[in-house]
Structures are given as structure tokens and as C-alpha cells.
Design a protein around this ligand. Sequence first.
Ligand SMILES: [Ca+2]
Ligand SMILES: [Ca+2]
Ligand SMILES: [Ca+2]
Length: 287
Amino acid sequence: MKPFHLFSLILACLSFAAATAQPHTDCDNPMLLTYMNPVTIDSTLGEGVADDLTGTCLAQEFSSTWFSWQIEQPGTLTFVLTPLHEYDDLDFAVFRFNDNILCQEKVLKRCMAAGETVGAPFEQNLPCWGPTGLNLTETDLEEQPGCSNGNNNFLKFLQCQAGENYAMVVINFSQTNQGFTLEWGGTATFSPSPDSINSPSLERLAPKLSIAPNPSSGALRVLGLNAANEGFAYRIADGCGRVVRTGKMTSGEPSLDVSNLTDGVYSIAFLMGEEQAVCRFVKLGGH
Ligand SMILES: [Ca+2]
Ligand SMILES: [Ca+2]
Ligand SMILES: [Ca+2]
């Protein structure tokens, strides 16, 4: 085992030297998942500026990647994380946000820290390396470090309600800098689903329309509006459909200042005559 540990140490030192601006390393800067497509993260490097794992089974944040999503259709939610490097030890924690979607107030729902019991035979540790996640057969909500007491790398599925917002952090405990794949299962869907965003009017009015960054704390850039679209009126509504702002897009590369909106999920409708194209965004931080 010694050469392996030395190799890990060298990798960790190289990782530290190169640790700059790895995206999605903090709870308030997650990768926002709007479709339930599989996700591939190529590398895991750095831990961002905040450690959001104090008090969880993971205890400390490093080599982390944060995701967040909103539930559209209620139901069960499962996933499988598979390391790109075969025996890497991935850990994860899943949180549900309160209505205000503040990272400081997120509630821990699942916590997976299973991994090697140091000194135990390879076969005994094998269930706690490799693929990990949530499935429909497990009943436990947490696995502590090590590979004893029935640890098997999987926890109970989530039962999700419409409109709930979640966050997940994935940690590569092995610190090899290698990434992972993330595949979803269950009956719940994320918001917006492909059905709700690929509306006929959006395809016709502005097929390349997108907004970024998402989540946004300040300037929300509106991309993909062409000259014919400029001058669009727009209308921003909160998660319950209450209109909180109206205005008109300007020419050039339009952006909207959303810094004074309360943190939460919004829809923005770009209006043209009787038709509209709708995108959703999350306002998070920046007060
Ligand atoms: Ca962080
Ligand atoms: Ca693990
Ligand atoms: Ca289990």
C-alpha cells in the first residue's frame, strides 16, 4: 500500500498547487441541474472559499463539487455516482433548502461517508469503494466512515415534493483529482423539465434564448435574443407566480440587475404580442 499512498500525496501536492477557481466548489455556487440527464465531472480539485460541511458525517470539505435542483413532479429520487478512477472513494451529502434557499439554513437529509476500514482486507472494503448513491431498497439515511456495521455505499431514496429545492455535495475522498459520473433515477422530475422549457413559442420566438449565470446574485445576462427580438417586454414572477417586476429589454447584450430580488426561484417571461418565451432562474446571494 505504501507506493499508492506516496502517489496520492504527490497528486495532492500537485492538486494544491493548481487549485484555482475550480467551479461549483461552494454551496452558493452550485451546478444548477435543470434536466435529469447524466452528468460527467472530469476532475475534482479544491474546496472553494466556504466549508459547508461542519456538523455532517463528512466533517470537512475538499475535492468537492456542488449541485442543486428544484423538484417539478413529486416522487422518488435515486442516483448513482461512479468514480472515473475505479476504486476512488466518493462521499456525498444531500440537503434540502428551506423556502429562503439559504446555504446557512440547509437541512441535511442524507450523508454518505463509507470507505476503507484501514487495515481491513481488500475484499472487506470492496463494498465501500466505487459506485455510491441512493436506491429504492436501502433504509439507512447515513453511513459513517469505514466499511463496517453493514455499510454498503448506498442510502435510502428521497421522497420529493413539488417545488422543493435540494443541494448535494460530492467529495472525492481519495483526492486523485479524478471525477465521476452522476446518473438519476426514480419518478420525480427536475424543474424546468424538458417539456416545460421546450415550448413551441420559445422555439419559434427565440430558439437560442438562455440566461446566465444561473443562479445569479446580480447581473442576469440574457443571451440569444436577436435584433428582431430586442425591445421585448419582460415580466419576472416569483415561485408562486406573483409578478415582481416588469420592464423592457434594451439592445446590445442585455442584462438585468436582479440583486434586489429576495433569494428564490423565479420565472422570466419575454413577451411578444400575445406570445411569450419563459426561462427560470435562481436568485442566490449578493445582498
Ligand atoms: Ca466549499
Ligand atoms: Ca465513500
Ligand atoms: Ca446502506
